[in-house]
Design a protein around this ligand. Structure first.
Ligand SMILES: O=C(O)CCC(=O)C(=O)O
Length: 376
């Protein structure tokens, strides 16, 4: 399609398991796997259509997010951050909060830039809705008990169900691209097959503001895939082997897919996680829904540690055989220790390690601000 800066792939042959009574057509699926293989081995970012999420649900979920998280909107007026802090005293695992106010998180700071500019993005994280009715789990969603909270809840829960299904289908296709059986990703990560959804509202640029700093700093995601839907442009990616930033342009209704670092590990760097960032939102702000596959990590209320799965290179694909035939040394994925990289990780132990590291950087950043040293 011409109105796109990245490949656009029709997922419908893989979505049939989500539609009762339909089987997959082998020839169409083969063709899809071949198109997908080219997309993942080049820049690691592509768009999907035929993903099974109705356009009106995408629009409603985006609008509900914009309304709830807008500057001066219900989340601020109803003090969702305080509500969240109180709810977390009981039954919290100390991990990612449900609500995070604009400026509270700073991706630039997380990734080592102590003076990274403030990121004015309010975020509401939805954990797998089935956690809420499971008393054996430590964590449940903290939905504000206000009309705005409930107005946000319904479309985000509906969107979660659909996007989890699209993510599962995509994983079946990507397993085949890796030269493995269709269940490879699911079986490699079970029981950590749920994702987490972050609904985000980027504040609009103040009139006269010339600031060029990104609204969200450059980073790679620590998971399999991230499925993104937004109401305005702003996302940029760095093509393989380039320092340039390219605007992501996709047709209406398409979801953007970023490959995460698990694929770097599985392929020894032959596929790479997409470096991406978000530039400052224009006068109307920006809303996005980011579904991070495999990061909804359930923790049991008995305090036991979640079972670890090892993510490690699989044979057959390596950095010596990337898409362009180029040899690129892959040093592994970075850890909390500067200069240290790992070529395999235990999941979710590595996730908890990173969350703890990010929390301590965030704290240091807050203390820096309080001491008048700048930062977020
Ligand atoms: O809002 C977007 O489009 C991207 C969000 C993102 O990269 C993230 O939350 O990690």
């Amino acid at each position: 399609m011409s109105n796109s800066s990245i490949p656009v792939i029709d997922m419908s042959p893989l979505m049939t398991r989500c539609v009762e009574g339909q089987g997959e057509a082998a020839s169409e699926t083969q063709e899809l796997v071949s198109v997908l293989s080219s997309a993942v081995a080049s820049h690691g970012i592509f768009a999907i259509v035929g993903h099974g999420i109705p356009q009106d649900l995408m629009t409603t979920a985006l609008e509900a997010t914009k309304f709830a998280l807008e500057k001066g909107g219900p989340a601020e007026i109803e003090c969702w951050a305080e509500h969240e802090a109180k709810a977390r005293i009981v039954g919290s695992d100390g991990g990612v909060p449900s609500f995070s106010a604009a400026g509270a998180e700073n991706v630039g700071c997380f990734y080592g830039n102590a003076n990274a500019p403030k990121e004015l993005v309010a975020k509401f994280t939805v954990f797998p809705p089935h956690w809420d009715s499971n008393p054996t789990l430590l964590k449940a969603n903290v939905w504000p008990i206000t009309s705005a909270g409930q107005t946000l809840r319904r479309p985000l829960e509906q969107y979660f169900a659909k996007v989890q299904c699209a993510s599962d289908a995509l994983h079946r296709g990507l397993s085949e691209c890796l030269g493995r059986p269709r269940t490879f990703i699911e079986e490699s990560l079970t029981p950590h097959t749920d994702g987490a959804l972050r609904a985000m509202r980027y504040q609009h640029k103040e009139e006269g503001s010339e600031e060029m700093a990104p609204a969200m700093a450059a980073h790679k995601d620590l998971n399999t895939t991230t499925l993104l839907c937004s109401d305005a442009p702003g996302l940029q990616f760095q093509p393989r082997g380039s320092e340039d930033w390219v605007d992501v342009i996709v047709p209406a209704g398409a979801l953007i897919v970023n490959l995460g670092q698990f694929f770097e590990i599985w392929t020894g760097g032959a596929w790479r996680a997409t470096p991406h960032r978000v530039i400052k939102a224009g006068q109307h702000g920006r809303t996005s829904l980011a579904f991070f596959s495999n990061t909804g990590i359930a923790r049991s209320s008995d305090g036991s540690t979640p079972k670890d799965r090892r993510i490690e290179p699989i044979g057959g694909l390596s950095s010596d055989s990337d898409a362009d035939g180029e040899t690129s040394a892959w040093s592994g994925i970075q850890t909390a220790v500067v200069g240290e990289a790992r070529k395999s990780i235990a999941w979710p132990a590595f996730y908890f390690e990173r969350v703890a590291d990010l929390a301590s950087r965030q704290q240091a950043n807050i203390e820096g601000v309080q001491a008048g040293r700048g930062g977020a």
